[in-house]
Design a protein around this ligand. Structure first.
Ligand code: F6P
Length: 361
């Protein structure tokens, strides 16, 4: 018999986190009569015992809000937690402290909402006997055990709107416009927004590019009387003979490399090779913010309700996932550590090529 559950949002934020929290709290409190405790700033709140007790009214009016009312962190790994003492930094395994805190609150099970890092810790807590369920989030849509993560469609919407806007100014000034979007290891945002926005060239991490092939594509357009071009590039894209562009290293992050800047490199290279005026827009964290689109609000609500229902059915150590149009429980053991990347021979690449998009390959 479950009486009390805990919830947290970990990793980089994305639109739809609040919609999941709303669905979890409303279902747990109003339908099952459980208590819900929310831990602040991802696993940091669980380690430091920083929490709020949720009433159903606390999650009213947040369905359309970006971010997360609980806060999040993509630095705090409870199994290697950064501690600063007397000016010295050390990393300690705080997982037993987490388990003590969960027991102290008499929490029966935890809902852990996050991407691969958060869900890997969820799996490790499940291995230690904690009753957990995971909910998959990330704008990158790169988790293998679900067709779609919430937040992705909003990021694609934001990027598509940016491409639409760049189109008009590109046309007026006869320029090449480059839009750099997020996507470290997977090019889903670049690919889907590029198709939706009618980009001429899409560059993704899964298909290393040859700059000469992009130049030829742009020249081809010029010869066909098109005086402008749109290039969408994922931050993790790289040339065949080169590497990704690193913008900074965040020392205390489990995944310390932050990418960014490939758009500028590409603009320099292309301007030299084509003689065509080129401008760059880096969309950055705009993709992570703002109101979730209806698809994400609905998916987040489905995930949140399903997570609580699965706990009620005693399905622990699982993650909720979308397969086709149904929500299923997937084992956390199978769900983490495997990225879902774009298949260079897949249908989306084929249809994009069919309508003339170049991938620089
Ligand atoms: O994983 C989500 C993501 O937005 C990536 O697309 C991006 O590379 C990274 O997080 C940025 O992280 P931060 O918010 O730490 O800059």
């Amino acid at each position: 018999m479950i009486k009390k559950i805990g919830v947290l949002t970990g990793g980089g934020d994305c639109p739809g986190l609040n919609a999941v929290l709303r669905a979890v709290v409303k279902t747990a409190v109003c339908r099952y009569g459980w208590e819900v405790i929310g831990f602040k700033d991802g696993y940091r709140g669980l380690v430091m015992n920083d929490y709020v007790k949720f009433k159903s009214g606390d999650v009213s009016g947040i369905l359309d809000k970006g971010g997360t009312i609980l806060g999040s962190s993509n630095k705090d790994n409870p199994f290697s937690f950064r501690i600063e003492k007397d000016g010295k930094v050390e990393y300690k395994d705080m997982s037993e402290r987490v388990i003590d805190n969960v027991n102290m609150h008499e929490i029966d099970c935890m809902v852990l909402i996050g991407g691969d890092g958060t869900l890997t810790s969820a799996r490790d807590f499940a291995r230690k006997g904690m009753k957990v369920i995971g909910v998959p989030k990330t704008i990158d849509n790169d988790l293998s055990a679900t067709d779609t993560t919430f937040g992705f469609m909003t990021a694609v919407d934001t990027a598509t709107e940016a491409i639409d806007k760049l189109h008009s100014t590109a046309e007026s000034h006869h320029r090449v416009m480059i839009l750099e979007v997020m996507g470290r290891y997977a090019g889903w945002i670049a690919l889907e927004s590029g198709i939706a926005g009618g980009a001429d060239v899409i560059l993704i991490p899964e298909i290393p590019y040859d700059i000469n092939n992009i130049t030829n594509k742009l020249k081809e357009r010029e010869h066909a009387g098109k005086s402008f071009s749109i290039v969408v590039v994922a931050e993790g894209a790289k040339p065949k003979d080169g590497d990704v562009v690193v913008s900074k290293v965040v020392e205390n992050s489990p995944d310390p490399i932050r990418l960014g800047g490939i758009g500028n490199k590409l603009a320099d290279d292309l301007e030299k090779l084509t003689g065509h005026e080129t401008r760059v827009t880096i969309l950055g964290h705009l993709q992570r913010g703002g109101r979730p689109v209806p698809f994400d609000r609905i998916l987040s609500t489905r995930y949140g309700v399903a997570a609580v229902e699965m706990l009620n059915e005693g399905k622990f150590g699982m993650m909720v996932g979308l397969q086709g149009n149904s929500i299923n429980a997937v084992s956390l053991e199978d769900a983490v550590g495997k990225l879902k990347t774009v298949d260079p021979n897949g249908e989306l690449i084929r249809i994009a090529k069919s309508v003339g998009v170049g991938f620089g390959d």
